[in-house]
Write a protein of this length. Structure first.
Length: 393
């Protein structure tokens, strides 16, 4: 895999001082967001409840601007800045790691940060963070590179200690997306990251209630976790089964049904390849910086050990199809395979469940419904029971 080229304009804006005696709020808030075009510049503005510290850097492949700030309370409407403006094509925000909120701006060409500053409250305006972007040539972008170290990826959460001998099987449940990466969106603003987290919590609770399993979540809040860290957590904890939960979207709004994926270097069909490419973009969406990360996970090959767990993944996949088919509609070629990064633990049977299409009205309604989410979790518990019963554990 090609190394990510990272461009960073070091911008540490320490906005110190000015204790505002009127402010009592524990958490700083983002009250509004907007963008506008001013001659050659695109201006991006965040309305803030108080002064905060920022860090700004740029990334290439694709071009993005990343703004890191302390954990913020977001009080902006769900579809804010959806259509983009000037060089800004997309806007996302959310928790990146504990203590750090992140804004990611997708830009349609190389840009440079002309100015970044904070304005004091005036009139009916609160504090404002202002960022001026200007399109530059690729060469100028390269030239503006700064040698400062890119921000580090968050440390892995420490999984609970697990003893393999005699212990109950450990099921690691991975709620897809999170934080700055919302995943798929429905027409009415329902976000994949919220659906996956809720089903994952239900599934964990139901698995534990059987008394037959231990269960662990890769995330239990609205936070971004890199794909590689999700896999690493499952391996650290010596998981016996890994289930990644997702919900799709499709440009054709009539498309509906659940599907279940296993890992394969060669995608089973075009649709599966597209789906994997889409899910694998999660780290890019979150403004992840891949420079300097070790390539071990990226280079994992399918070896004999993995073939074994691939067979187990397949049998679990069939059981899931059977059980989930009783509670929800399935797509026609339900069992699919493709190169999902999150399924790459070589020694753990792993599946990725796309629970349905948020882009389909009918299915979105179901995925909103607590009862339906609960039934999906029940079906997965049943498949898990049959899986481990078959393995005589
Ligand atoms: Zn997803």
């Amino acid at each position: 895999m090609a190394r990510w080229r990272v461009r960073r304009i070091a911008f540490l804006i320490l906005l110190m001082g000015a204790w505002w005696p009127g402010a009592v709020a524990a958490e700083p808030s983002v009250l509004g967001v907007r963008a506008g075009e001013h001659l050659t510049m695109t201006r991006f503005v965040l309305d803030l409840s108080e002064r905060v510290e920022f860090q700004i850097f740029t990334l290439a492949n694709p071009y993005r601007i990343v703004i890191d700030l302390p954990e913020m309370n977001w009080q902006i409407p769900p579809h804010a800045l959806e259509k983009g403006k000037g060089v800004i094509q997309g806007f996302r925000y959310g928790l990146f790691t504990a203590g750090t909120s992140r804004v990611v701006l997708d830009v349609n060409r190389p840009v440079t940060v002309k100015k970044a500053f904070l304005l004091n409250p005036i009139g009916q305006h609160s504090y404002r963070f202002v960022l001026d972007l200007e399109a530059v040539s690729k060469e100028a972008f390269e030239h503006s590179r700064d040698k400062a170290a890119p921000p580090k990826v968050a440390a892995l959460p420490v999984p609970p200690p697990a003893s393999k001998n005699g212990a109950k099987p450990l099921v690691v449940i991975d709620p897809g997306h999170g934080g700055v990466d919302p995943g798929a969106l429905s027409g009415s603003g329902l976000q994949e990251k919220g659906v996956t987290l809720d089903v994952a919590r239900k599934l964990k609770q139901k698995l534990e209630a059987t008394g037959r399993y231990r269960a662990m979540l890769t995330r239990d809040r609205d936070i971004f976790i890199p794909l590689r860290s999700r896999v690493a957590m499952a391996r650290e904890a010596e998981a016996d089964l890994f289930i990644s939960l997702h919900a799709d979207s499709h440009p054709n709004h009539r498309t509906m049904g659940a599907s279940i994926y296993t890992l394969s270097e060669k995608a089973s069909d075009k649709e599966a390849a597209a789906q994997a490419a889409n899910e694998n973009k999660a780290d890019i969406i979150a403004g992840m910086d891949f420079s300097g990360t070790d390539p071990v996970l990226a280079d994992i090959l399918i070896d004999i050990a993995q073939r074994d767990s691939l067979n187990s993944s397949l049998s679990f996949c069939y059981l899931l199809i059977k059980e989930m088919g009783k509670v929800t509609r399935l797509v026609r070629n339900t069992r699919r395979s493709a190169g999902f990064a999150v399924l790459k633990a070589p020694d753990i049977p792993s599946v990725l469940v796309e629970m349905g299409y948020l882009s389909n009205r009918q299915e979105e309604k179901l995925l909103r419904d607590g009862g339906h989410r609960s039934r999906l979790a029940d079906a997965i518990v049943k498949a898990t029971d049959r899986f481990f019963a078959g393995r005589d554990l």
